[in-house]
Design a protein around this ligand. Structure first.
Ligand code: SF4
Ligand code: FE
Length: 484
């Protein structure tokens, strides 16, 4: 099958029977649900842009498996150039959607599982890599969106998976059969799960021998028997349910989403299994996936940052404050922070290296530095955007008030900024800033920047591990004349 476009992707979701609950009810038609659809539109953009000549180089690649042109979101990186293009593609998508476009988790999982299965097979003589190559052919051929699923609910953080009073708090194998396995558990905070054709499951932490049943990786269609999802709420989400919702949304067309994905005794056939009990490889898979996803944030969050910086600059113009030197300086600071994140994304890509399986891995230290900065800078960029926007961003009446025959003209009059700009345009830009800093998109731009791809402490552990302190100490001792 050729590369899908946005409409074909949406139609492909319609053919599935994905079970999702929201507000205590099973959603009848997730594709057209007003709270879900914006997140589908964001993923659809990853398909649409692959058909735009100007973006072809970033959005597509040549598969080394089939020699065919594929969407870069299904590509196994073959060079540092591929790694850089991935980051640039994510920045582009962030700029176009101003939200999380969800498809990267699958891409990051493909690359981590591809290289890890190669090394498991080398040690254990298993067939996981062969299984995975077959799976990748299927994904590329059908241009699928995959939920790369790592995070388990985790229960008591002081206990290992097998020590939890409830064994299901980490996803695990409950039955080994001749033809496959049966799994039970859940994956939490699953970005784009409801919009994905399949889930690619990985363990969430390094495991010990006792955790054998928990060291499992596999792929399964999103509508397989025994799988259902519970949709996550977002700040201001029900604004999307309001009749004629438009201006108050800030970003009407695009959004992101997360869900809890429950696996209630789901059967996985043998050829869809990529890890089953080889506990010593769980850590490698986690580290590689997390590394790729920490690189990813040096692209996607930067693209969204571009929109937010632009929105702040427009708000300043509409307020008549754009010539003030402190406003100019704040915009410079926002740009400096945003481009620093991009530098990190590009740097960890440029310092990438080939794995034994032949695909390219990012530089782990630099990717962790990237994500550590992402846990901070978007907050400061958001703070400066709010500073520039002014308090009206959170005190402004609703769009309905502006349309009201009597109070509408009053709102028009008192919420006007510079005379030549219609009040509605001022509302629109302030609502976009609200959306990104406090509303539905803040899930992706703020809290996900903190906790997505691992919370800040996870990066600090990796930074400590990768920092080569011994070497630094040797350098100092030599210069100080202690070591000869
Ligand atoms: Fe992609 Fe960023 Fe969303 Fe992760 S947070 S799926 S990298 S857009
Ligand atoms: Fe994420």
């Amino acid at each position: 099958m050729a590369l899908m476009n946005g409409e074909q992707y949406i139609e492909s979701l319609r053919k599935m029977n994905i079970k999702v609950y929201m507000f205590g009810e099973l959603v009848e038609n997730p594709v057209d649900h007003p709270m879900i659809r914006p997140s589908i539109n964001s993923v659809a953009m990853t398909y649409e842009l692959a058909h735009v000549a100007e973006h072809e180089d970033l959005m597509t690649a040549t598969s080394h498996l089939t020699g065919q042109k594929v969407n870069r979101f299904t590509h196994l990186h073959r060079s540092t150039d591929d790694l850089r293009k991935k980051v640039k593609m994510q920045r582009l998508l962030g700029q176009k959607t101003s939200s999380c476009f969800q498809r990267c988790v699958g891409m990051d999982a493909f690359n981590a599982v591809f290289s890890t299965t190669f090394e498991i097979d080398k040690k254990h003589g298993t067939k996981y890599h062969e299984n995975f190559i077959k799976y990748m052919n299927f994904v590329q051929e059908n241009d699928l969106t995959i939920d790369g699923a790592m995070t388990d609910p985790k229960g008591d953080r002081s206990l290992s998976p097998s020590q939890q009073p409830d064994p299901d708090l980490f996803l695990h194998v409950v039955e080994q059969r001749e033809d496959g396995i049966v799994v039970r558990g859940a994956k939490a905070h699953q970005t784009g799960a409801v919009n994905s054709h399949e889930h690619l499951i990985m363990p969430t932490i390094a495991m010990r021998e006792d955790d054998k049943a928990y060291a499992v990786s596999f792929a399964i269609p999103s509508d397989a028997e025994g799988i259902f999802m519970i949709y996550g709420r977002q700040s201001c989400d029900t604004r999307r349910l309001e009749e004629g919702a438009d201006i108050d949304l800030g970003n009407k067309q695009f959004g992101g989403q997360e869900a809890l994905v429950v696996f209630n005794d789901v059967f996985i056939p043998n050829d869809r299994i990529f890890l089953n009990g080889e506990t010593e490889f769980a850590g490698m898979l986690v580290e590689r996936f997390a590394g790729y996803h920490r690189q990813s944030y040096g692209g996607c969050k930067v693209g969204v940052g571009d929109v937010l910086i632009g929105a702040a600059a427009v708000a300043a113009e509409y307020n008549g404050a754009d010539k003030a030197s402190h406003i100019k300086d704040k915009l410079i600071e926002m740009t400096h922070l945003n481009e620093t994140l991009y530098c990190c994304g590009i740097a960890c890509s440029s310092e990438g290296y080939p794995t034994e399986a032949g695909n390219y891995q990012i530089d782990l230290l630099l990717a962790n530095i990237c994500k550590q900065n992402v846990t901070r800078y978007p907050y400061e960029i958001a703070r400066l955007a709010e500073d520039i926007a002014g308090g009206l961003m959170v005190t402004m009446p609703s769009a309905k008030d502006f349309k009201h025959p009597e109070i509408g003209p009053i709102c028009e009059k008192y919420f006007k900024g510079v005379n030549k700009v219609p009040t509605e345009q001022r509302m629109r830009i302030l609502r976009l800033i609200e959306n990104l800093t406090l509303g539905t998109a803040a899930v992706g731009y703020r809290t996900e920047s903190l906790h997505g791809a691992g919370s800040p402490q996870a990066q600090r552990i990796m930074i400590a591990r990768q920092s080569n302190m011994q070497h630094k100490k040797e350098l100092a001792r030599k210069i100080a004349g202690i070591d000869k």
